[in-house]
Design a binder for this molecule. Structure first.
Ligand code: ADP
Length: 480
């Protein structure tokens, strides 16, 4: 990996403003999913180091929360600028540890930085309220204050953005934060810490601990000092963490799995629908929680849509994301590849037709695939595939497709394409999802609230709502 600034590749954790090894001295080597070659190693930390990080976050809290919002915002703004200044290095690092094509990685760096920029600005807008008193001598005020020490546990599919959209609002609100990044993608997280340090974010305000997920997670969840946990990852782990947080009654935000429906109605602009499906289904090799998982196409356009989609998929170039022109990188690991293949095989065994792709290409690579004639009995209908496999369901009736779209425990993102305005309102309101893209396949932005319903989680990230997750509302009753 040829970084312009090689010192951004950190092999130590960042705790209390210091670069540290594990107390045991133990390290783990991280591999590039495209080549399986070793990149470098990071410390395997556990409960003891996490406890230190929590203590440092607690110690840093009074001074950090005492700064004015403008002062905190200025430091966050500098952090944002440094991310952009180092975008090429961060992107290359991300591609090397995560696999996504360089252009996508660069896009993620800009997206990740946008949360820091947004919340640098929002820090100043943490407005309170005044309420007419209930008695003649009473004056009532409402203020919002940061919750205190917070923790974030993040996944590998967006190594930078899943951190910044938690750290941005937390630090803006005057909280401190300990991050446990995904084991597959520690380097982007540690590089962000290096830039935070350079931006002048004080020791203890932002720490990154890598290592034993269960031990670090247990310590973060059990600690009475940590007042808030924000997690992005699988539903099973999210439930477990929420249970672990119950005894200390922490606030929790959970951004969990999805099973996004993508519906194409007869009156849709088919070219636009194909373009949206390509972005929503195949971005990051299908490894995003808002990826279209089930594509429902109405009778009248089913065959035409399938042909157009196949033509677009045929143009994808699979390979090492660091190479020019590559649009689809590897899956994150062998287990992920096996899951996609098992969904494909299950669909074919139950009568689906392979329209294109699906071949294994060696290592963690596979050809992006499309299957037609799929039905609700197949795994592709029920489970999150998290890979480059598009199943096309045929439907005729609007109410029926709404029922099918909602027939899942998940409720994160949904998409549909159509032009009839009455239909658009009806479907948008009926979908039980936290986010609905209408005639667009790309809905993620720092200005809008990201989050899900049902088993997809709790809370919202980004937008003016995102900071609410990191504050307590306090009401002050003044007798005059
Ligand atoms: P994925 O299957 O996409 O890796 P996970 O939910 O397993 O999703 O992982 C998301 C994050 O949760 C990662 O940082 C991972 O290390 C962490 N994690 C997984 N299991 C636990 C656990 N029991 N306690 C704390 N963190 C965990």
């Amino acid at each position: 990996m040829q970084l312009k600034r090689p010192s951004l590749l950190k092999t130590q954790c960042y705790i209390n403003g210091q670069w540290r090894d594990a107390l045991s001295g133990e390290t783990v080597t991280i591999a590039n999913p495209a080549t399986n070659e070793a990149i470098a190693s990071v410390p395997v930390m556990g409960r003891d180091e996490t406890r230190e990080a929590i203590a440092a976050a607690e110690a840093a809290l009074p001074a950090w929360r005492k700064l004015t919002a403008k002062e905190r915002g200025a430091k966050l703004r500098r952090w944002y600028e440094l991310m952009l200044e180092n975008a090429d290095d961060l992107a290359l690092m991300m591609t090397t540890e995560q696999g996504k094509p360089l252009a996508e990685a660069k896009g993620e760096v800009v997206y990740a930085a946008s949360f820091i920029e947004w919340f640098a600005e929002e820090a100043k807008r943490l407005y309170g309220d005044t309420i007419p008193g209930h008695q003649g001598d009473k004056r009532i005020m409402v203020i919002k204050q940061g919750v205190g020490v917070t923790a974030a546990i993040t996944p590998w599919n967006f190594p930078a953005a899943m951190i910044t959209r938690k750290a941005g609002p937390a630090l803006a609100a005057g909280c401190t934060m300990i991050v446990k990044p995904a084991p597959q993608t520690p380097f982007t997280a540690l590089a962000l810490a290096e830039l935070a340090q350079e931006a002048g974010i004080p020791p203890g305000v932002f720490s990154v601990v890598t290592g034993d997920a269960v031990a670090i997670g247990n310590e973060l969840c059990e600690s009475p000092v940590v007042r808030k946990l924000s997690f992005t990852g699988s539903t099973n782990v999210g439930i477990k963490l929420m249970q672990q947080c119950a005894p200390t009654l922490k606030k929790v935000s959970l951004e969990l799995g999805g099973n996004a429906p993508f519906i194409v109605f007869n009156d849709a602009d088919l070219d636009a629908a194909v373009e949206g499906a390509m972005i929503s289904k195949y971005r990051n090799a299908g490894q995003t929680c808002v990826c279209a998982n089930r594509i429902y196409v109405q009778d009248g356009v089913y065959d035409a849509f399938a042909q157009k989609l196949a033509a677009a998929v045929a143009k994808l170039k699979v390979g090492n994301g660091a190479e020019p022109g590559v649009t689809t990188g590897p899956l994150i690991n062998g287990a992920a590849l096996e899951k996609v293949q098992s969904h494909l095989q299950d669909a074919l065994d139950k009568g689906a037709t392979l329209l294109s792709g699906g071949k294994l290409l060696g290592g963690n690579f596979m050809e992006p695939a499309i299957v037609t004639n799929v039905d609700a009995s197949m795994k592709v209908a029920r489970e999150e595939t998290f890979g480059p496999l598009a199943p096309l369901f045929r439907f005729s009736d609007v109410d029926d497709v709404i029922r099918q779209a909602n027939d899942t425990e998940f409720g994160l993102a949904a998409y549909f394409y159509g032009r009839d305005i009455s239909l658009i309102w009806k479907v948008a309101e009926a979908l039980e999802y936290g986010m609905v893209g209408v005639n667009t396949g790309l809905i993620s932005t720092e200005v809008a609230p990201f989050g899900g319903m049902k088993s997809s989680g709790l809370g919202r990230e980004g937008s003016k709502y995102g900071i609410d997750e990191y504050v307590e509302i306090k009401y002050i009753c003044l007798s005059v």
